[in-house]
Ligand binder design. Sequence first.
Ligand code: DX5
Ligand code: ZN
Length: 214
Amino acid sequence: MTQILPSIFGADIMHLQDDIDFLEAEQTEILHVDLMDGNFVSNIAFGPNQIAAMKQNSKMVFDVHMMVDHPKDHLDDVIDTGAEMISVHYESTPHIHSMLQKIRKAGRKAGVVINPGTPEAVLEYLLDDIDYILIMTINPGQPGQTFIRKSLEKIRNTKKIIGDRKIQIEVDGGVNKEIAKECAEAGAELIVVGGALFSNDKKAQYDALKDAVK
Ligand code: DX5
Ligand code: ZN
């Protein structure tokens, strides 16, 4: 089953609780939460304290996408937020294995993230240590970017690399309802949407997105 994962980075910060309440009323299972350090990416967004506060006020599963340099210095704090899914960028550390193993040891689902310029072949030696693969479909850090079409080929290739394993493919960046459908057809099961959901009519946008990946 393909799922839409709303990205809280796209929500209205002045009405965050309203947006969280809306997503829960819509039976959202997983919330995508960005953590940006101003170094790995230029933007700065939700730190562990803010994520923990959101988590305490929500029933959703939290999927924390770590966009930070030196993830080992932040991982304990992210685990302490209570997030059930945690992903680390392949490009952010020379020790991706140990990051993934630490996430699993803490009883959480471990994800590896690859940037648009990173080939999917790097996933091969990580397959025993991951529950999901997050394929960035924009350059991470800024909302409102255009989906990189070449990502569809990367999703299909990644699906082949995964084979029969129980590993899910997630996509993030520039997704609207038409693109969500294409990503789902290519093999993505977890589809992150920010800007295209939190616009004028959230309810209509969300319904259309869910409908597109049915
Ligand atoms: C961007 C973040 C995304 C962001 C996506 O670096 O990782 O999660 O919220 O926003 P849209 O869907 O608007 O591209
Ligand atoms: Zn993200």
